[in-house]
Design a binder for this molecule. Structure first.
Ligand code: PMP
Length: 369
């Protein structure tokens, strides 16, 4: 029997669950902001670095001066600003392979040649990275070290240490993008690259997965001079940040909602991750994949002997919407090395119930059989 439209399962975008969007708490915060003396200030053109109390709070959290924090309209916007500042047409940028598709696109749009360094189950392949550094001089290495989008991989402490050494030795920036880091359902975190090599690291994060993507509040932390230049560029492009959102996020923290909301998110998402891992192990017993301890994504590279012809179209007919896996792949380090891209499937689990996840993975297994 063909699945009906209503029972169609979307393994596409990494969005928060609708029930995780805290409408009541946010409306309380937004109202408090607008009715406070700051109400008029946040509705006016404001400082381009962002809402000062939130910059101060983030400065305390990361152990830096508020002047080292720039808050922008979501983190993708900041990736674009950073690219505008760092990339000259023809420059080389390294990413993990696979990597976040929109980041790859952003760097390319700014004129970079983006080269993907293979990702292993414990982070980027540092041997291949080191070899690549003898051939290329990248402006930066972009990585998502915690619960990577798309692969779910977390970079080990040893590899972080190695990356810090290489960045210092070869003089390139590390762009660590950490929107999922706080969504850890078990285990403990490795140090931030910022803690290992602050003078070479730009740390980017966002409230999109922790409160709401619609607020458009993301931030970047870096060396003072760099943030100053970036803030000037922000002024030239967006004119003013979305201060009401930033002030509401600050209020959300001040009222203690951030911690309670985060605990709620973890309770909601942890069983979904468990359902995904169980379903994959049951349906794909011979396929190795990273088992994340948090975040939004698991991914698999499907077996080589299956038929991938028109996979996305056939999946849709079976009630399953998939993202084209090749979008997550930059130019390979070695020509012809990435035939795996067409077999790569990202599986976002947070916005689906455990039952939907189990059904979706069964459908995927039937499809490639
Ligand atoms: N970086 C990564 C790794 C992401 O997964 C996302 C969202 N999918 C973003 C950045 C963009 O987030 P924002 O909403 O803050 O622009």
């Amino acid at each position: 029997m063909q699945p009906t439209v209503s029972d169609h399962i979307l393994f596409t975008r990494g969005v928060p669950a609708t029930e995780a969007l805290p409408t009541e708490l946010l409306s309380e915060c937004m109202q408090a902001v607008l009715e406070s003396p700051a109400g008029k200030t946040v509705l006016q053109y404001g400082h381009n670095g962002g809402y000062l109390p939130l910059r101060q709070l983030l400065g305390e959290q990361y152990g830096v001066s508020p002047d080292q924090v720039l808050i922008g309209n979501g983190s993708l916007h900041l990736q674009d600003l950073i690219s505008a500042l760092l990339i000259q047409p023809g420059d080389i940028v390294f990413t993990e392979q696979p990597s976040y598709d929109r980041a790859i696109k952003t760097f390319r749009r700014r004129g970079a040649k983006v080269i993907g360094i293979p990702l292993e189950l414990d982070g980027i392949d540092t041997t291949q990275l080191e070899e690549a550094l003898t051939r290329y001089t990248p402006r930066f290495l972009y990585l998502v070290p915690d619960f990577q989008n798309p692969a779910g991989v977390t970079t080990s402490a040893e590899k972080r240490q190695k990356l810090a050494e290489l960045a210092q030795r070869y003089g390139f920036w590390l762009l660590e993008d950490i929107p999922y880091r706080q969504l850890r359902y078990s285990g403990s975190s490795a140090p931030l690259l910022r803690e290992l090599v602050p003078e070479r690291t730009l740390t980017i994060s966002s409230y999109s997965k922790l409160i709401s993507p619609g607020l458009r509040v993301g931030y970047v932390i870096g060396p003072l001079d760099f943030i100053k230049q970036l803030t000037a560029l922000a002024e030239d492009t967006i004119l003013a940040p979305v201060l009401p959102s930033q002030a509401a996020v600050y209020e959300f923290h001040k009222r203690g909602h951030f911690e309670t909301n985060l605990e709620y998110l973890k309770r909601l998402y942890a069983p979904r991750l468990a359902a995904m891992i169980d379903a994959l192990k049951a349906s794909f017993p011979n396929v190795a994949f990273a088992e994340p301890e948090g975040g939004f994504f698991v991914s698999v590279t499907l077996p080589e002997n299956s038929n991938y012809h028109n996979l996305l179209i056939r999946a849709k007919e079976q009630g399953l919407t998939l993202t084209d896996g090749s979008a997550f792949f930059a130019s390979p380090l070695h020509e012809g090395a990435d035939s795996a891209s067409e077999r790569f499937v990202r599986l976002p689990f947070c916005a689906l119930t455990p039952e939907q996840i189990t059904t979706g993975i069964k459908r995927l297994a039937e499809l490639v059989r």
